[in-house]
Ligand binder design. Structure first.
Ligand SMILES: C[S@@+](CC[C@H](N)C(=O)[O-])C[C@H]1O[C@@H](n2cnc3c(N)ncnc32)[C@H](O)[C@@H]1O
Length: 196
């Protein structure tokens, strides 16, 4: 199953909004959204750009923040565009931020770098380049949620190597406060807060 087939299946075969973006444990998904929102609010809020926003569900968890959603799957963006007081854009984070000249306090990515488009050959390089872009632009923080590599693998999924993620993050030690939060047995949040 390729990338588009995977998300097409999630959208057409599920009734629940959360399952439509590929999360099948609804209770855990709600905790994931809340966890990310708490990290943002504990650092003083600000506007949020949700990378891989899906249907924009996270918007309702940060109601006090201006919210921008970005996704590469057109049907999600088309459906999400109805949510009020938001902006949604189709594309990758770097293309959208550059094209619209966006000023962003907090970049957040929930599960985006888990199912990877089959055209991407060096997945880790691709993910690190996207995170580096966010880190070069974020005025306050970058929060990356993902699954690490002890999860049993299916070939179209990507599981982050915690070792290489931690090694990657160390490049930002001088400029950011970095925290790794273990969310559940196989799932983490990596948070970078820009130092003053
Ligand atoms: C598991 S879904 C989660 C959706 C949303 N973050 C949520 O938690 O409700 C992952 C989403 O990331 C999107 N995605 C994957 N790679 C992306 C990329 N490089 N840039 C933007 N969106 C991406 C997918 O199209 C999909 O909508």
């Amino acid at each position: 199953m390729n990338y588009y087939e995977f998300y097409e299946k999630q959208l057409s075969e599920n009734d629940n909004e959360i399952s439509k973006v590929g999360w099948h444990d609804i209770e855990k998904a709600n905790k994931r959204y809340k966890f990310a929102a708490d990290l943002i609010m504990a650092n003083g809020g600000g506007n949020v750009l949700d990378v891989g926003c899906g249907l924009g569900i996270f918007r309702s968890y940060v109601p006090e923040c201006d919210y921008i959603g970005v996704d590469i799957y057109p049907p999600y963006i088309n459906l999400a565009k109805g949510i009020k007081d938001t902006s949604f854009y189709l594309g990758t984070v770097d293309s959208v931020v550059k094209e619209h000249n966006l000023e962003v306090d907090n970049y957040v990515s929930l599960g985006a770098y888990t199912i990877i488009h089959e055209n991407i050959t060096n997945v880790e390089k691709y993910v690190f380049e996207e995170i580096s872009f966010m880190l070069s632009k974020a005025k306050k923080s970058v929060i990356i949620n993902g699954f690490h590599n002890v999860v049993d693998s299916k070939d179209y999924k990507f599981y982050h190597s915690l070792d290489s993620l931690v090694k990657f993050s160390q490049k930002y030690n001088d400029t950011h406060k970095i925290s790794l939060h273990i969310f559940s047995k196989y799932e983490f949040f990596l948070q970078f807060i820009l130092s003053n």
